[in-house]
Design a binder for this molecule. Structure first.
Ligand code: PEP
Ligand code: MG
Length: 763
């Protein structure tokens, strides 16, 4: 059969069907692709999951001697980048790229384009196909979807026939002469969701009590005796813990001791332990057996009518978690001071916990749950701590105290990485320093597009230390001061005077730069530790933000007075979050006016014509903006909440994180309408949430007519660097086209084709 672009897949299938050997077939496939597309180099690397590395198995164009002798880990070279990101990587002049790694034996230095494509089958990486050409124009960005499609089809076909599996087995048997042990097969890395950038290293520290039974996945054990021994040890260590605490608190002999005695009783209860042992004997691990028994006990207690007995479910959960902690080796005390560089591991972390744990030795955070725009993520960014969320397999792979390198840009966490990976990160660290030096040069330049469209880049701040970051990264203004953060770190509500002192200090530290202060937005995922909340089914749809402020009139008025008084000392504007109705806004303005009058009467100085604004972050506000706009001086678009409320996707829930996207057509068209309404009414509009750090989106917002962006300070230079490279008039037709598209995938793919490819990361 004559091969052409049309029938190449048919040909590949034919080759596989008549395969003499996997090696031969793979050889034929690369020849076939190279010939049909006139590619100079076509190579296939097979992924060896035991060693977590790619091995060159077939090539046209590279030296045949390099087959089997070139291998690379994630983080090594551009091919490793495909493994790391699981996405196509297209680079012109690869030898100039930060991640380029030259293999002496390969003879690849003459090639001017590099396209690496993951061979993915049902989310499993089978290998990587690499295409390289001498001529810069043989492959271009537009061809990526075509080759991606081809690689998907090849992956499916080879997976179907088991061809790559054959190659892997053959190779490992050839080298070792034996099948690897279960211990060798232990995973060396775990993947989570990237929500920022940076990488860091340190020892894994599991936060006690943050890991619950929902994190324990079903698994089997090979040796019941070992599991029973582990369980016995965990029981006796748990009992020792409790006895120690009882000893300490013996003087107080209050209710606390009674609870602890009850916990001790469970640990001495043979029938409780025996039921767990029986489950272990059915082939389960100690963790799963414990989980099964504890959950069934909780269920039993919860079904009882007696409220006292119902509460015993909580005791059983507590004691279960303590035993679990010992089984998993992370039940040390919850230290507040980390002795050495530490990467904190937890299922989830509240903003309050993060504030309490923040210290110089806290180098990184990995959460198995978490949402992309949760306030913990926002805070971690403002503390400049790399964070990864949604690492679901965390517990399975990383053990307490393991040495970790975490790469927040790609979402990978390496466990006890070998020296090659460590060295690779040392190299990247050096490159990053160069990049930061380059960004420093533009720090004091205005953010202006190549065709002269000037925008202002602001910082989102929360704590007073954020002002230093704002200065370090050269922001033009403070677009959002989240005042709830100082509320979160206190033991009680700050008084009016305490707030006034704080706001005045922040304002003075801002050196005359405009600052937009937002009244407290608690509730949702920001619960004040000293505040008695009723548990809510849907906290983000419940008692949150300005709804709390309006219900707690005294506290709201105190904050408003503190803000008004501080307004005398700098360039301050006041912003109200989560506005949903006109009557809410009118009520707020009435309170503001009343407080102004009182201050005037008391002859206290303040800025009488302070600008007031609203956050448009609830879809209702976007829809009735023309009714709200006359009452305000400016508008701030809170994209984090707008996305969650428009798409009905909890911003904190990793299970639906893939649905949380600002690229959804509903989000983009809503933002566009808000911007048009503001511009028509001459009211300044600022994009405020995390979407303001995504360059594709910034390009679209600029085309929409946005001139103000506010973001975490670290992102400011990256965003500025991008803005300096683009032309607004070229993005206007892109926006037009995007607004006609149906899906977020279509929009992102299209933007990836038309906007600078290397400038698109969420920072
Ligand atoms: C937003 O919702 O986009 C926003 C900026 O506010 P927060 O993240 O504090 O809810
Ligand atoms: Mg919000």
């Amino acid at each position: 059969m004559e091969i052409s672009k049309k029938n190449i897949l048919e040909k590949i299938f034919d080759l596989i069907a008549h395969s003499k050997s996997p090696d031969h077939t793979l050889d034929q496939i690369v020849k076939c692709v190279a010939k049909v597309y006139q590619i100079d180099v076509c190579s296939v690397y097979v992924f060896d999951s035991n060693k977590e590395e790619l091995v060159l198995r077939a090539t046209v164009g590279l030296s045949k001697k390099s087959v089997d002798s070139i291998s690379m880990k994630a983080n090594e070279g551009l091919t490793g980048l495909v493994l790391e990101t699981l996405k196509p990587v297209f680079v012109i002049n690869p030898s100039d790229h930060l991640r380029y790694k030259y293999y002496k034996k390969s003879g690849e230095e003459i090639y001017h384009t590099f396209l690496g494509l993951p061979l993915l089958y049902h989310q499993n990486l089978l290998g990587v196909m690499v295409l390289q050409t001498i001529d810069k124009n043989t492959i271009n960005k537009k061809d990526i979807p075509l080759f991606n499609n081809l690689s998907t089809q090849i992956a499916a076909t080879v997976a179907y026939t088991g061809i790559l599996e054959d190659l892997k087995t053959k190779k490992s048997q050839k080298k070792k002469g034996s099948v690897k042990s279960a211990a060798d097969r232990e995973k060396k890395y775990v993947r989570g969701i990237s929500v920022g950038s940076g990488f860091t290293k340190g020892h894994a520290y599991y936060l006690k009590n943050s890991i619950g039974f929902d994190q324990i996945e079903d698994n089997f054990s090979l040796c019941s005796d070992t599991e029973i021994n582990r369980l016995e040890t965990a029981f006796s260590k748990s009992a020792d813990d409790i006895k120690k605490v009882i000893k300490k608190t013996i003087e107080s002999s209050g209710e606390e001791n009674a609870i602890l005695e009850a916990h001790l009783m469970y640990l001495r209860d043979r029938s409780f332990k025996n039921r767990i042992i029986n489950i272990i004997k059915s082939g389960k691990s100690a963790e799963i057996a414990l989980k099964t028994e504890v959950l069934s006990k909780i269920e039993f207690f919860e079904s009882l009518d007696d409220p006292y007995l119902r509460d015993r479910g909580a005791d059983i959960e507590d004691i279960g978690k303590r035993i679990l902690g010992h089984l998993m080796n992370f039940s040390g005390t919850d230290i507040k001071n980390f002795g050495s560089d530490t990467i904190l591991m937890a299922a989830d972390l509240s903003p309050v916990d993060l504030i309490n744990l923040n210290q110089s030795n806290l180098k990184g955070i990995v959460l198995s749950k978490g949402g992309k725009t949760s306030h913990t993520v926002i805070l971690a960014k403002s503390f400049e701590i790399p964070i990864i969320i949604g690492a679901r397999k965390l517990l399975k792979v990383i053990k307490h105290n393991d040495f970790i390198i975490m790469d927040a840009s790609s979402g990978i966490i390496f466990r006890n990485p070998p020296t090659e990976i460590q060295n690779e990160y040392i190299r990247i660290e050096k490159e990053n320093v160069k990049k930061i030096d380059r960004l420093n040069i533009i720090k004091d330049k205005p953010a202006i597009t190549k065709d002269g469209y000037l925008v202002q880049l602001g910082s989102n701040i929360g704590l007073i230390s954020d002002i230093d970051l704002m200065k370090k990264y050269g922001a033009d203004f403070i677009g959002l001061y989240r005042t709830e953060f100082p509320f979160l770190i206190r033991k009680s509500f700050p008084t009016e005077n305490e707030q006034f002192d704080l706001y005045k200090r922040v304002l003075e530290k801002a050196d005359g730069k405009e600052m937009t202060i937002r009244t407290i937005d608690v509730g949702g995922d920001k619960l004040l530790p000293y505040f008695d909340y009723q548990k809510e089914e849907n906290p983000f749809l419940g008692w949150r933000s300005v709804r709390i402020s309006l219900d707690m009139d005294d506290i709201f008025r105190e904050q408003i007075r503190a803000i008004l008084r501080a307004s005398f000392y700098g360039n301050l504007r006041i912003l109200f979050p989560m506005i949903t109705t006109v009557s809410e806004l009118k009520k707020i303005i009435e309170i503001l006016d009343q407080e102004k009058e009182k201050l005037k009467k008391d002859r206290i100085k303040f800025n009488e014509s302070i600008d007031i604004g609203i956050m448009v972050e609830v879809p209702a506000a976007a829809l009735i903006l023309n009714h709200l706009i006359d009452h305000v001086d400016f508008v701030s678009i809170g994209t984090n909440d707008l996305v969650q409320y428009l798409l009905a996707v909890d911003r904190n829930n990793e299970k639906v994180a893939h649905l949380y996207t600002p690229f959804h057509p509903a989000v983009l068209s809503t933002i566009y309408k808000i911007v048009l309404t503001c511009n028509k009414n001459n009211k300044p509009v600022c994009i405020c949430g995390e979407a303001a750090t995504n360059n594709y989106l910034i390009a679209l917002f600029i085309a929409m007519g946005v001139k103000l962006f506010s973001m975490n300070s670290v992102s400011v230079p990256y965003v500025k660097d991008f803005i300096l490279k683009i032309e607004r008039k070229k993005i206007e037709p892109v926006l037009k086209k995007v607004l006609t598209m149906d899906t977020s995938e279509e929009i992102s793919e299209y933007l990836a084709k038309v906007i600078l490819p290397d400038q698109t990361k969420f920072i």
